[in-house]
Design a protein around this ligand. Structure first.
Ligand code: 13P
Length: 259
């Protein structure tokens, strides 16, 4: 089963508005040279730039704009929050849900994240649902248990039809922003474990179709080896997505067998 490869940038809370436009324009001017029918790009941008960046990327079939969070209600008295319907109205296609920075710094719990995933799907937004263990959990051999809990609580209330529209990102917390990436073997091991959980719950006709991205210090010099693993279907890239040359270099390292 051939899955799309997805190269996604998570800009987090970086860049000024002019810098974000410049980065987008650089990516738009180059990506065509390195992309094929099975590769898609998603730029997860700060809310305030989302509409402008979505306009810049309009009518580019393979490049989508997403945001890094959302509130699960359609509208209401939720001061400071952004709803899925608002995102729909400015052409946003995807949303990161459950990033470890949201789980840790903003105390977002599994049940709340499950609600967000459901709401995103109801509004035709693609949720990129993040899971990952801390260094301590890995050291204590709890990686599988942590991943199983996050996947089960976050996603397994979904129907087979619903989950087919979800993307999962494995982001080991100890690899995020540290310069210390998971080895290709460590990534493959967890990705195939996630796929086995999906298979048990939904069957292989579903588990074979769901893209599982790797995130955590992915860079031009390690991307090719990680991306060539069979259950790694792309990357969710933080730091290296802020420089057009690095992001494009990662795009170039998508294995030709995936092309
Ligand atoms: P880095 O690539 O900077 O480690 O960040 C990964 C990440 O958190 C993407 O969501």
């Amino acid at each position: 089963m051939k899955r799309n490869t997805i190269i996604a940038g998570n800009w987090k809370m970086h860049l000024s508005y002019p810098e974000s436009v410049q980065l987008t324009e650089q990516i738009l001017s180059e990506y065509k040279n390195y992309i094929n029918n099975h590769t898609k790009i998603i730029l997860f941008v700060p809310f305030v730039y989302a509409q402008s960046i979505a306009r810049l990327c309009l009518h580019r079939g393979e490049i989508y704009v997403g945001v890094q969070n959302m509130y699960p209600e359609k509208s209401g008295a939720y001061t400071g929050e952004i709803s899925p319907t608002m995102l729909n109205s400015i052409g946003i296609k995807a949303v990161i849900i459950g990033h470890s920075e949201r789980r840790t710094l903003f105390h977002e719990k599994d049940e709340f994240l499950a609600k967000k995933v459901k709401s995103a799907l109801e509004h035709h937004l693609i949720p990129v649902f993040c899971v990952g263990e801390t260094f301590e959990e890995r050291e204590n051999n709890q990686t599988q248990e942590v991943i199983r809990t996050q996947v089960t609580k976050g996603l397994f209330d979904l129907s087979s039809e619903e989950i087919k529209n979800v993307i999962i990102a494995y982001e080991p917390v100890w690899a995020i922003g540290t310069g210390k990436n998971a080895t290709p073997e460590q990534a493959q091991e967890v990705h195939s474990y996630i796929r086995s959980l999906l298979q048990t719950q939904y069957g292989s006709s579903v588990s074979d179709t769901i893209p599982i991205l790797y995130g955590g210090s992915m860079k031009p010099d390690n991307a090719a080896q990680i991306l060539q693993k069979p259950d790694v279907d792309g990357g969710l890239i933080g730091g290296a997505s802020l420089k057009a040359q690095d992001f494009i270099a990662i795009l170039q390292s998508v294995p030709q067998s995936n092309a």
